[in-house]
Design a protein around this ligand. Structure first.
Ligand SMILES: [Zn+2]
Ligand SMILES: [Zn+2]
Length: 347
């Protein structure tokens, strides 16, 4: 089969690799019907995720059809339409038993396109199928479902929920790429009084407005004074969500929240950021980091099926699966191409 493989920083290849087969009794092999590329894949290609070995099939977000299951799989059968989530869960380890699937110590967690071969291929082997796959209702189309594989649960759990977004809050989202837009959409579930999006790209600021940001700011405008002027009580943001993954944006988030505020980092980082404790120690801030657990996936799936979550406009470019190199090129030059999410489909 054809797949996109990683070959050290800066190098990837679309070519032939062996088609995956059931290896463990709990495995399922999924025919990939729709797949997307993630900002995390670009971080991998930059060399930011050194655990990824040369030859690894990348990708951790897909929608597909079950083609084969191992003898230990009880809840899925060939022909089922499923979501392949970025997180796999053994369902049995201590962390999985508390819902921390992202921290699974039994062979799951974020393994697809990271520690085992991933979804940017014609077929993918998913371990622990019963506790890692999600059956998709007809009401949720492939494009909507793709947003559930990573960006919706990640922005909701690691951004909105870790940031304790509540009714009446002022929320600032730094970075209006796919994760930032998904954070805006899911923050609205909690009725904040104002959502402010910060991004240097005017196209992304426009997208942020379309997804429900009340105010959009260019980078130089994002100062404590501006933020304070935008809240009813003049005290800056209650919550800052970092959705970029560079040191400067984390440091910016810590400057834009009020005393007692929350900074929720969602970005994937490859360099250290400076934590200005000499300024921050007195301000009662909470700073959180996290890898998504995907415990919210069933809830978000219900909201999508009921039309309560907007994902329209998230996918900006569509390709056939065999156009993978072009899709990578378009996605990696998002500043010029205006790409948010790119999606590739079996044709
Ligand atoms: Zn992803
Ligand atoms: Zn586990």
């Amino acid at each position: 089969m054809k797949a996109l493989t990683y070959h050290g920083a800066g190098h990837h290849r679309w070519g032939d690799v062996p088609t995956p087969v059931v290896r463990d009794p709990q495995d399922a092999v999924i025919r990939v019907d729709a797949v997307t590329i993630c900002g995390t894949d670009l971080h991998i290609l930059k060399g930011d995720v050194p655990e990824v070995e040369s030859g690894r099939v990348l990708g951790h977000e897909a929608v597909g059809t079950v083609s084969e299951v191992g003898p230990g799989v009880r809840d899925f059968a060939a022909g089922d339409r499923v979501l392949v989530s970025c997180i796999s869960s053994c369902g049995r380890c201590r962390n999985c038993r508390t819902g921390a699937y992202g921290q699974c110590s039994g062979g799951g967690g974020w393994v697809l396109g990271h520690l085992i071969d991933g979804t940017q291929a014609e077929y993918v082997r998913v371990p622990f199928a019963d506790t890692s796959l999600y059956r998709l209702p007809d009401a949720v189309g492939d494009e909507q479902a793709l947003m559930l594989a990573d960006i919706l649960p990640t922005s909701y759990e690691v951004g909105v929920r870790n940031g304790h977004v509540g009714p009446g809050d002022t929320v600032v989202v730094v970075g209006a790429g796919p994760i930032g837009l998904a954070a805006i959409t899911t923050a609205r579930l909690f009725t904040p009084s104002r959502i402010i999006a910060v991004d240097p790209s005017s196209a992304r600021r426009e997208a942020a407005k379309a997804f429900g940001a009340d105010v959009v700011l260019d980078l130089p405008e994002a100062t404590l004074d501006t933020l304070s002027a935008l809240t009813a009580d003049g005290q800056a943001a209650h919550v800052a969500i970092e959705a970029v993954g560079v040191p400067e944006s984390v440091e910016l988030c810590t400057r834009l929240v009020r005393a007692g505020g929350h900074v929720a980092n969602v970005g994937v980082h490859g360099r250290p950021a400076t934590l200005h404790l000499e300024d921050l120690w007195i301000r009662d801030l909470t700073i959180t980091t996290g890898l998504v657990d995907t415990t919210s996936t069933p809830l978000l799936l219900d909201l999508l099926a009921e039309g309560r979550l907007g994902t329209e406009g998230m996918i900006t470019h569509r390709f056939g699966l065999d156009e993978m190199p072009t899709a990578y090129d378009v996605f990696s030059r998002a500043g010029e191409t205006g790409a948010l999410k790119v999606a590739l489909f079996r044709r």
